[in-house]
Write a protein that binds this ligand. Structure first.
Ligand SMILES: N[C@@H](CCC(=O)N[C@@H](CS)C(=O)NCC(=O)O)C(=O)O
Length: 214
């Protein structure tokens, strides 16, 4: 059986978990914190989560894991078949990662783990976010899904990047993504009707509560 390594607060972990659930895969979750534990480094070379164990070995990097999931299951495709539309879904996934997730991630240490946050960092992140939001607003369609009429991997990537990212952005910058991305609020509500997202969120919310209280 597939094994998914990671923990339920991680946005990247939750992107993969939601996709596995949506595709109907059976899988076991193995609770692991990212880090330099030699046993985990033998599975995930950078010590990052998520990591997916399959019959043949271990796979890391969320976009690569999602490609694998799609390659091994043709039921309920989560990439469009047509090459240009498939590329546009991948473009949205990559842009979400580079210009939203990795921007907001610079605030995670301060917001989730009590690290100091300098005005310089706050201003730099705010400026990067301005550019990222402009770019995402050009790429997003919400018709009703992020990349068009069909649910795709871009929805899971955006959903978990935007929800965790927004917690950090609100706390550190006093900004809300729903105020800056037209259609985001309605799309978030749509995604929250998805049963895979609901299942992932139950575990995420419990894990977040435990993390923030201790
Ligand atoms: N590029 C990786 C990023 C994954 C990632 O950054 N995961 C976080 C948890 S949300 C992590 O493992 N952080 C530990 C670290 O950066 O050393 C992917 O796409 O899977």
């Amino acid at each position: 059986m597939l094994k998914l390594y990671g923990f339920a607060v991680s946005d990247y972990y939750n992107m993969v978990k939601a996709a596995l659930l949506e595709k109907g895969f059976q899988f076991e979750e193995v609770q692991v914190r990212p880090g330099a534990d030699p046993a985990f480094l033998s599975k995930s070379p950078m010590g990052k989560i998520p990591c997916l164990e399959v019959d043949e070995g271990f796979i890391t990097e969320t976009n690569v894991i999602l490609d694998f999931i799609e390659d091994v299951s043709s039921d309920l495709p989560l990439f469009p078949a047509e090459p240009f539309r498939r590329a546009k879904v991948r473009e949205l996934m990559k842009s979400t990662e580079l210009y939203l997730e990795l921007v907001a991630r610079q605030l995670f240490g301060a917001v989730f783990f009590g690290a100091p946050l300098t005005d310089e960092t706050r201003e730099a992140v705010a400026a990067q976010l301005d550019k990222g939001v402009l770019a995402l607003n050009k790429l997003l369609h919400f018709q009703p899904y992020a990349a068009g009429k069909e649910l795709s991997y871009a929805d899971f990537v955006l959903y978990y990047a935007a929800t965790l990212g927004d917690m950090a952005i609100q706390k550190a910058l006093g900004r809300k993504l729903v105020d800056e991305i037209p259609g985001l609020a309605e799309w978030l509500a749509l995604m929250e009707q998805n049963t895979s997202v609901q299942e992932v969120n139950r575990d995420r919310d419990q894990a977040l509560k435990e993390m923030m209280s201790g």
